[in-house]
Design a protein around this ligand. Structure first.
Ligand code: S3P
Length: 441
């Protein structure tokens, strides 16, 4: 079977309610934290995508048992010293930067040498951003010039560190937080703002963490070597998966959509602030709080008078995975939109900033790039004809789904390759698109 999808029609008007699958960041964090808890944790609505399934496989290689029961996963942990290290364990993180980086934090006291590998895309990504702080804890780690494979042979004498996280990467911050669990004394972190799920989960689980929030940075004090009890957690919907439907609705005609039960943590909702500044009308309803995380239904509708944005840099980290679809809205807005300091986009599953620029040029949108800043000249009458092929070598799930949204809203005859990439984060993508009326999905 061909691993591509052909789209030759715009999507027709729809008015629907949908639900997206569980949040990927929270799913991976819950699996890893349950592996460190004492007893049986129950995780409901766990995202069953490859990145999360690889997280379950990873902990099971370390001796942690899990099973899927009726509507939850049960994970049985033995505490923070509960991993069982056999000889020559190889952990394959597949496509997941989050799993690969975070699990290294839990392995700084590994008792036998372990190897971490991943797929072709992950092999191109930087690991020095986490191996460097982990070495300061005293862990013995080798890498292939900052890339995979990473070999880790823990340390018997861990010491707490003072760490300055200055990329704005939640993965780096969280890796150090997880390492602090294993380390005696107080680990101190000063971190640029980034998604805060790990610290909220630490609080929910009763771990000793002190957080001081300042305008640009957060300060953390984490006391290590504390065991904690197993927990139950119901994962809310993933705003990053939602983003494709938000933009699909905004860019299609006369459509309305409600997306139920989505995590609307402020450190993740940059896309909503950005799109509303561009004249979208996205609203929250039924806001609730669950284990320190806010959840709501999101209401969105089609918009005609979209306007360009001069995007404030301080929204970059809370929209980091959503810029590909945000650029589609900029392509259809009146005026030239400016986005700055987006170098981190080129550190993702594929070089997303470079790919987005190529993509926009392919569909006839004028784009200028200066360092890591881009200017997109929008065209409110953007309407495509002719043939388009989207193929790129890193098979990035978000590039694939963004291309589908462009094809369904801008028109043209499309062949979009690597449809199986959706399994990384959002296997239900086709099912939901189909439920909105798209043909041939
Ligand atoms: C993630 C953090 C982000 C994001 C990734 C998931 C996480 O990466 O791009 O998809 O779950 O912590 P960085 O923290 O490296 O920016």
């Amino acid at each position: 079977m061909k691993n591509l999808i052909e789209i030759n029609n715009k999507i027709k008007a729809f008015d629907k309610n949908i639900e997206v699958t569980g949040d990927k960041s929270l799913s991976i964090r819950c699996v890893l934290m349950a592996s460190q808890a004492i007893g049986k944790s129950k995780i409901y609505n766990l995202l069953e995508s490859e990145d999360v399934l690889n997280s379950l496989k990873a902990i099971s290689k370390l001796g942690i048992k899990y099973r899927k029961l009726k509507n939850y996963y049960e994970i049985c942990g033995f505490g923070i010293n509960g991993f069982h290290y056999k000889k020559n364990i190889k952990i394959n993180a597949g496509n997941s930067g989050t799993l690969a980086r975070l699990i290294l934090g839990l392995l700084i006291d590994a008792k036998k040498e372990l190897t971490l590998i991943g797929d072709k895309s992950l092999a191109k990504r930087d690991f020095s951003r986490v191996t460097e702080p982990l070495r300061l804890f005293g862990a013995e780690i080798k890498s292939n010039n900052g890339k995979l494979p990473v070999k880790i042979l823990g340390s018997k004498f861990l010491r707490p560190i003072n760490y300055f996280e200055n990329i704005g990467s939640a993965q780096c911050k969280s890796t150090v937080m997880l390492a602090s669990l294993k380390t005696p004394g107080i680990t101190k972190i000063k971190a640029k703002k980034s998604r805060n799920h790990t610290e909220l989960l630490f609080k929910t689980l009763g771990l000793p963490i002190k957080i001081i929030q300042k305008k640009n940075h957060d300060y953390f004090y984490l006391k290590g070597e504390n065991n904690f009890k197993s927990f139950n957690y119901r994962i809310p919907g993933d705003i990053s998966s939602c983003s494709f439907f938000l933009v699909l609705t905004i860019l299609s005609n006369n459509s309305k959509l409600t997306i139920k039960n989505v995590n609307i943590n402020k450190s993740r909702t940059g896309i909503i602030s950005i799109l509303n500044k561009m004249n979208a009308k996205i609203k929250f309803k039924n806001i609730k709080s669950y284990k320190n995380e806010p959840i709501a239904d999101i209401l969105v509708e089609s918009r005609k008078n979209l306007k360009a944005i001069n995007c404030p840099r301080n929204l970059n980290s809370s929209a980091i995975d959503e810029f590909l679809v945000i650029f589609l809205v900029a392509a259809k807005a009146k005026g030239a939109s400016i986005f700055r300091d987006l170098g981190e986009l080129n550190q993702k599953e594929s070089p997303r900033l470079d790919i987005a620029i190529k993509f926009l040029k392919m569909i006839g949108v004028k784009v200028l790039k200066n360092n890591n800043n881009i200017k997109i000249y929008g065209n409110p009458n953007l309407n495509l004809r002719g043939n388009f092929v989207m193929k790129h070598f890193r098979k990035d799930h978000r590039v694939f789904m963004m291309s589908c949204v462009a094809a369904l809203t801008f028109g043209g005859n499309w062949k979009i390759h690597d449809k199986d990439s959706i399994n990384t984060s959002f296997p239900e993508f086709f099912k939901i698109i189909k439920s909105l009326g798209a043909k041939k999905f």
